[in-house]
Design a protein. Structure first.
Length: 244
């Protein structure tokens, strides 16, 4: 028969519902120790023009304050690490706003986990600090600058087919691609789309070629010097609409 174990803090005897772990019962353990380590302040850049948030080096789609705070928590606390080996599968189970969402928002984050096969929870107060700035997309939009130019061209005798194709294709452009468009210059059978990122432009071209027939030509043009002193090149993708 195994000897009885007691909590060194409160003296309660070990039971099936209240196991002894590291000399502490489950209730005392949760009072004495944090189950995960969470920063008290999380700082991120927030575009004051469009509302995009910079998370781990990448900018999101435009978000309001509430959505931005939630996205920051989900991103930075996606996989919280337990402080002890007996803390298993910790995760964010609830988020409570303690103040109105703004540039500095106080939230209470509830973390749930499993200890000795029993679900436990702790609450942590965190400040989400949004640093007002302007994202690169908005800077480019304001300056009229861009990284990739996609030129759509169609002969006048195919203008009706071309415009019909555009109506169909634009319904299939995903949001992350649309957000990368700096400007659109539409002159009927000549349409120029200016992109912030090359990856988004390439995805846009792939979608167009899925729904229509084009002859593609790529070229580059030098547009000055970047901040590192290297020549900056802009990609030009010309797509000439043809009929099957």
């Amino acid at each position: 028969m195994l000897p009885k174990r007691f909590c060194v803090k409160c003296g309660i005897e070990e039971s099936e519902d209240n196991p002894i772990i590291d000399g502490l019962c489950l209730n005392c353990l949760l009072k004495e120790r944090k189950i995960v380590e969470i920063p008290s302040i999380i700082k991120v850049n927030y575009c004051k023009v469009c509302g995009a948030v910079q998370l781990h080096g990448k900018w999101t789609e435009p978000l309001d304050f509430d959505s931005a705070v939630i996205r920051v928590i989900e991103s930075y606390l996606e996989k919280p690490r337990g402080l002890y080996s007996y803390v298993e599968k910790p995760y964010v189970s609830n988020i409570e706003f303690l103040t109105k969402s703004s540039w500095n928002t106080h939230v209470r984050v509830e973390i749930s986990a499993f200890i000795a096969s029993r679900k436990v929870s702790q609450k942590y107060d965190v400040v989400i600090r949004l640093n007002p700035t302007i994202c690169p997309r908005c800077i480019m939009r304001r300056s009229g600058d861009y990284t990739v130019l996609v030129q759509l061209r169609a002969p006048k005798n195919l203008l009706r087919d071309f415009r019909q194709f555009i109506k169909v294709a634009e319904k299939h452009i995903p949001e992350e691609v649309a957000l990368n468009i700096v400007d659109i210059i539409d002159k009927g059978n000549n349409v120029d789309i200016l992109f912030y990122e090359k990856g988004a432009a390439n995805k846009f071209v792939s979608i167009l070629k899925h729904f229509g027939n084009f002859k593609e030509r790529r070229s580059f043009e030098e547009v000055g010097i970047d901040r590192h002193g290297k020549k900056r090149r802009r990609t030009v993708i010309s797509l000439h609409f043809i009929k099957e």
